[in-house]
Design a protein around this ligand. Structure first.
Ligand SMILES: [Zn+2]
Length: 263
């Protein structure tokens, strides 16, 4: 069957002498791997359309009982030129793609994830600084789409605001919620013994903005090293707990090493 869908190229690897195996995240079918025959020949009809971090219009020969589909045609919709031109932008976008690749299964359709992916790439393409915010925002919003939307504004037991709490607030990783000092003191949280960490109230505010603010505003969201470390650690613990397939991102390790000096 011939099918058409928009897609983002997640990764691309050599296959046999002249071909490639390309993994796409598609709007209609979720993650799909396909062979692009002749894609490594100099006069390939695919041109640059099979490069990772490119949004394309894809035509596939698709069979239900087959792991590897066949690319018939692939045309660039958005090349995300700025992403490809800047090292930090590229590292951020590669981290987003790597995360999506590891946390999704083949052919599980999820148009909301596709929309989040393309909006995130668009925002990274347009951003001029604080690129890591886009990976964090993607991690939080991706979790929300799979039913693990964390709450950073109020205590998940009593609903009391936690903005003035200090110095530390308990964050229950398993529940995805903060515990105010009163509930933590009364050990109410023990009823659901589980994994927790503690974060400062500035970190809670930043996490809330990363979760809910307009993506194009995140380039202006700046914060210091201690908060950055807490955001980073909290999200790693959160994803590790809620997603079985989670592994430390290779591209994020590179990114962390690159940005460590700046924080
Ligand atoms: Zn409470």
């Amino acid at each position: 069957m011939i099918v058409r869908t928009d897609a983002v190229v997640l990764k691309s690897m050599r296959f046999r002498d002249t071909s490639k195996i390309v993994t796409f995240y598609t709007r209609r079918f979720g993650k799909v791997a396909a062979v692009a025959k002749g894609a490594r020949e100099t006069k390939s009809k695919f041109g640059a359309a099979l490069e990772p971090m490119t949004e394309v219009h894809l035509v596939l020969y698709k069979k239900a009982q087959r792991d590897l589909q066949l690319v018939s045609q692939c045309d660039i919709v958005k090349p995300f030129k700025n992403i490809h031109a800047g090292m930090e932008r590229m590292q951020t976008a590669l981290s987003v793609l790597e995360l999506l690749h590891q946390l999704t299964h083949d052919e599980e359709e999820n148009p909301a994830v596709y929309a989040l992916l393309t909006e995130t790439l668009e925002a990274i393409d347009q951003a001029d600084r604080n690129f890591q915010n886009y990976l964090y925002a993607f991690e939080l919003r991706f979790s929300a789409l799979f039913g693990f939307r964390p709450v950073f504004e109020h205590c998940f037991v009593c609903g009391r605001g936690v903005a003035d709490e200090n110095p530390r607030i308990m964050f229950r990783i398993d529940r995805g919620g903060l515990l105010c000092s009163r509930c933590a003191d009364r050990r109410i949280g023990d009823r659901w013994a589980g994994i927790s960490t503690s974060i400062g109230s500035p970190t809670a505010r930043i996490l809330q903005r990363l979760l809910t603010a307009r993506l194009d505003s995140l380039s202006a969201l700046a914060y210091g090293g201690p908060v950055w470390n807490e955001v980073d650690e909290t999200l790693r613990s959160y994803l590790r707990y809620h997603f079985e397939g989670w592994r430390p991102l290779k591209s994020a390790e590179v990114f962390r090493a690159m940005t460590a000096d700046g924080h």
